[in-house]
Design a protein around this ligand. Sequence first.
Ligand SMILES: [Zn+2]
Length: 331
Amino acid sequence: MKKFVVLMVMTLLFLGTGGMLMAADGPHVEKVNDNLYVIQGLGGNITVLITEEGVLLIDAGNTRKDGETVLKEIAQLTDQPLKVILLTHYHSDHSYGLSAMPADVPVIATKMTAENLKNIEEVNRKHVIEVGYPKYFKEMEEYIAQNEGVNDEEVQKAKAQVEAAKKRLEAYKSVTLRYPDETFDKEKTIRLGGYTVRFFFPGPAHTNGNAMVRIEEMNILITGDNLFSGMFPYIDIRSGGDAMNLLKIVKEESEKDYAAVIPGHGPVVRGTEGLRDFARYLEYARQEVANAKEKGMTEEEAIEKITLEKYSGLAAPQYREFTIRAFYRAL
Ligand SMILES: [Zn+2]
């Protein structure tokens, strides 16, 4: 039984960076206003801006198939063609759907996001396909052989896990990494159909390249994974994520006057309440970690002792430790 649990944890780990956030509940479309929609349930949130000069898309889903679904959903919403795609950051649950996007539609991202795709995702991907999955299948095979006739219920569960993993591997392999056609350092302004779309890099936060998007005329902020609403966040310190700067950015943005904020994960929040909630969460976690460090706790002790009890209602409690680890490293 213990081994089985270990194997399941491993499946989560070797799926890589963004893969952990894979959502499998299928697409549902939320209307933010007449020209702005959010597609949820295909990995990270996907934003669709419809204008008289075409469609601007922000992020593209977790697999090639997700990308195809996004194209179908856009066709349901409008006859306008897809004109430009903004990629908030490199994580697979936002970027892999790009492999289904037409080659003549330009993809824009920060320079760091382009570098991360090359230096982190491409390397990680090779490892997942060539080492991670084969190792997992071999271990599961051994586990099944050992338990056949001993614990049939566990064997059935393990077999179902293997089948699901095979499907995930196929979806994973169907993706060809798409690199941005255009990159920027700090800010890029796109004008389309009367809208001014500011794509800007506020400094390292969720990753070292996560950009955010402001649609000026609508007063809307799209955060990428610099905001998780209603759930524990993932702060990717391996990719240069910075908890202290994340807190600063979220606080600053929460003091502005947005009509709605579209997070990277979780529901769209009207006004800035979602940002303010998240800033309070981060501030609370920062304080807890600072106290633990003052008491001389190691990183692992801090993760064990800091329960963030006040936020036990948030979804994805398995991500709690990411916040603690990120503040521990940043303080
Ligand atoms: Zn992410």
